[in-house]
Write a protein that binds this ligand. Structure first.
Ligand code: ZN
Length: 314
């Protein structure tokens, strides 16, 4: 059985203060906060989801903001860089925008493409690249017009504790195609048109989980049936995979690939519109039914996390 993922479904990271997180991803990067909920395993912590106007698979970055947690170290066993893709002709807009917010960036070339690389307020490495591929976002917010808005993920740079084995998993299990090699990077392409370009770096220092690091990367499964087939497929390739877990906005399975990166496979359905209308996505704190009785208590614990137009944009 040969299976091919279309690319990244979502990326989940650990950050610090939630308002700083919202101000950066909504206020500076112009993404839409599509869901504000809590970490079901640790309900005193938010789980914040940002994406395009409806949080399409391939656009979603999710965060556990832990203001008091230790700073992590980006390194092997993690996603090293999260790559965002913008429409062709938009890089100058983003250079100007990063300058306006006094965010330091470096501009460099990899595989013939120009990237702006910068850090979020908690140390996550991000980069922006222009590509034709992928549907434009329809979301305009706080000085980011839809024509220049982030479409979603271009892909990611993976830092592996065992690059050869990680590359084998990408091609033999996830169904990516190896398409190039340059300096310290090997490039892979998934079947979709977004979140589809994965670069594996051949060397990395060991990482340490904490604030400013990616917790896991999730790959797309088309639907529930496909998801069950993925579980079977991953297991047949010798990976220790979890049972299917209902994450409310998608079903998930997890396995730690041999390079120590936590991989998830997540279903496209049901998505973020099933329990909130499009117009109100992300506006109020959504709790699963079993936590509703604790709403008042949780709201008193959780720090503010409101989407706002930043001062410099007014
Ligand atoms: Zn996940």
């Amino acid at each position: 059985m040969m299976k091919k993922t279309t690319g990244i479904h979502h990326i989940t990271a650990i950050v610090g203060n939630p308002q700083e997180n919202v101000d950066f991803y909504a206020g500076v990067l112009g993404l839409r906060l599509v869901k504000k909920t809590v970490n079901f395993d640790d309900p005193g912590t938010y789980h914040l989801y940002f994406g395009n106007e409806q949080g399409s698979p391939g656009t979603i970055i999710t965060f556990f903001p832990w203001p008091d947690a230790y700073q992590g170290r980006i390194g092997s066993g993690q996603v090293g860089v999260t790559t965002y893709v913008v429409p062709v002709g938009s890089l100058a807009f983003w250079e100007e925008r990063l300058n306006k917010f006094q965010i330091e960036f470096t501009k460099y070339t990899r595989f013939g493409e120009t990237y702006l690389e910068f850090d979020d307020p908690h140390g996550l490495h991000l980069e922006i690249v222009e590509r034709e591929e992928g549907q434009d976002s329809e979301w305009s917010f706080g000085g980011v017009p839809a024509q220049h808005a982030i479409k979603g993920f271009g892909g990611a740079v993976l830092l592996s504790a065992n690059p050869l084995e990680t590359m084998k998993v990408l091609t033999e299990v996830m169904g990516l195609e190896r398409i190039g090699e340059e300096d310290d990077f090997v490039r892979f392409r998934a079947a979709g048109d977004m979140g589809n370009i994965i670069d594996v770096k051949k060397t990395a220092i060991p990482g340490r989980m904490g604030v400013g690091t990616v917790h896991h990367i999730a790959w797309r499964a088309d639907d529930y049936e496909d998801h069950e087939a993925w579980r079977e497929h991953v297991s047949q390739h010798g990976q220790q995979v979890t049972p299917i877990i209902d994450r409310q906005y998608f079903n998930a399975i997890y396995f730690r690939e041999p390079g120590a990166i936590l991989f998830e496979i997540a279903t496209d359905p049901p998505g973020f519109l099933h329990n909130e209308p499009f117009e109100q996505l992300g506006e109020k704190l959504l709790l699963p039914p079993w936590l509703e009785p604790k709403r008042a208590e949780l709201e008193s614990i959780l720090l503010p996390a409101e989407v706002r137009v930043l001062e410099v944009d007014k």
